[in-house]
Design a protein around this ligand. Structure first.
Ligand code: FNR
Length: 365
């Protein structure tokens, strides 16, 4: 179908499922094990309802906000997803260009198909990019990557902490083909290719990474440091204690530990505890996983998130319609945001709060 017939983000997924090359579709769409967490990530949003207010002047709606000090057009970002060239010949650069045109942030993955510098070179001078880091066993390599990122103007270091080993994604294992990743760090010869694309390229990840390492990261960079893949209230509190600048509540889009809870659910548990302890302003809280509609974004913001990350929908848009597809997908979300904020009775992001939300369906579940 023509791009003008894409009415929501799920439409891109539908077209992608029917047109993408099988290996790429399998790698992008898969979750771990039986894909329960993958499904619950989105389904959790269905258990939260709005309490819209009427008779508010909603003529002018402002979607803009800030994330880690950067002003952005809207409270969502393109999160890090590996292997962009499986879906499009320009890979992650497609996302860079669309993010620039739409004034949103792109998080660059460690395992991008394009080199880090290629992706940064593609950005405009005003554009903000973040870096997602898989921590290499070889800390010298790690330090080089981090320092180089800072020199190149990266505005946030997102350390992925939910993947000491990559989860078992069986759809992906069945299709076994592996992209040429010769430029990507890692001891490729040791990789077990029978485990699918993801596992084969992840053998460099440091399984010994732990809370004591945070100090070291702090000592090598001035960039804000954010943990990506926090899955409990307990670890969120430890993140505050260790002086992190933020966390991303995330289970890696349901690709790691099966039956890890939906991030929205963790957020609902976490915020009252942070507030009770007076810690709600100590770090910025992000969330990703299953965000497909502006209503999902609005719910997360109302419940205390500073912004949300979106992964697969942009990969599907990129793989099916390239630059125009990603631009359109972002535009759809913005249009949905404006409409739904009007209907909710709010005119700016800072007005969103839990008073617009009913979470009773969660509590009684
Ligand atoms: C990911 N994700 C991910 N995360 C990360 O820290 N490093 C990575 O290399 C990748 N790679 C990756 C590839 C693919 C194909 C997907 C779908 C996801 C996880 C990603 O950053 C994010 O947590 C989820 O994608 C969010 O869920 P949704 O929006 O895809 O539902």
């Amino acid at each position: 179908p023509d791009l003008s017939q894409m009415y929501n983000l799920n439409d891109f997924e539908f077209v992608a499922r029917h047109t993408m090359e099988r290996t790429a579709w399998s790698y992008y769409s898969s979750g771990c094990d039986d894909e329960i967490t993958l499904r619950e990530n989105h389904a959790s949003y269905h258990r939260v309802f709005f309490k819209p207010r009427i008779l508010v002047d909603v003529t002018n709606i402002d979607l803009s906000t800030t994330m880690l000090g950067t002003k952005v057009s809207s409270p969502f970002y393109i999160t890090a997803t590996a292997l962009g060239r499986l879906g499009h010949k320009d890979g992650e650069k497609v996302l860079t260009r669309a993010a620039a045109k739409q004034d949103i942030i792109q998080m660059i993955p460690t395992l991008a198909s394009c080199s880090f510098d290629e992706i940064v070179d593609e950005a405009t001078s005003e554009q903000t990019q973040w870096l997602q880091l898989y921590v290499n066993k070889d800390r010298e390599i790690c330090e080089k990557i981090v320092r180089h990122a800072e020199e190149r103007g990266i505005k946030g270091l997102f350390i992925t902490v939910d993947a000491p080993q990559l989860g078992r994604r069986e759809k992906d294992m069945r299709s076994k083909k592996i992209e040429d990743l010769s430029h990507v760090q890692g001891d490729d010869e040791e990789a077990d290719r029978s485990q699918g694309a993801a596992r084969a390229i992840s053998s460099f990840i440091d399984t010994s990474l732990n809370w004591n390492d945070i100090k070291w990261f702090r000592s090598i960079t001035k960039m804000p440091i954010i943990l990506k893949g926090v899955q409990t209230v307990e670890d969120s509190l430890l993140a505050v204690e260790h002086g992190l600048d933020g966390i991303v509540l995330s289970n890696h889009g349901g690709r790691q530990l099966e039956f890890s809870k939906p991030p929205l659910e963790v957020l609902i548990e976490l915020m009252p505890i942070l507030k009770q302890k007076g810690l709600q302003d100590k770090m910025e809280i992000y969330l990703d996983g299953g965000v497909r509609r502006a209503t999902d974004i609005l719910k997360a913001i109302c419940l205390g998130a500073k912004g949300v990350g979106i992964g697969r929908p942009f990969l599907y848009a990129m793989s099916t319609y390239g630059d125009a597809g990603v631009f359109k997908a972002i535009q759809i979300l913005k249009d949905e945001m404006v409409m739904n904020m009007r209907l909710l009775g709010v005119t700016s992001i800072d007005q969103l709060s839990e008073k617009y939300i009913d979470t009773r369906h969660f509590q009684t579940r």
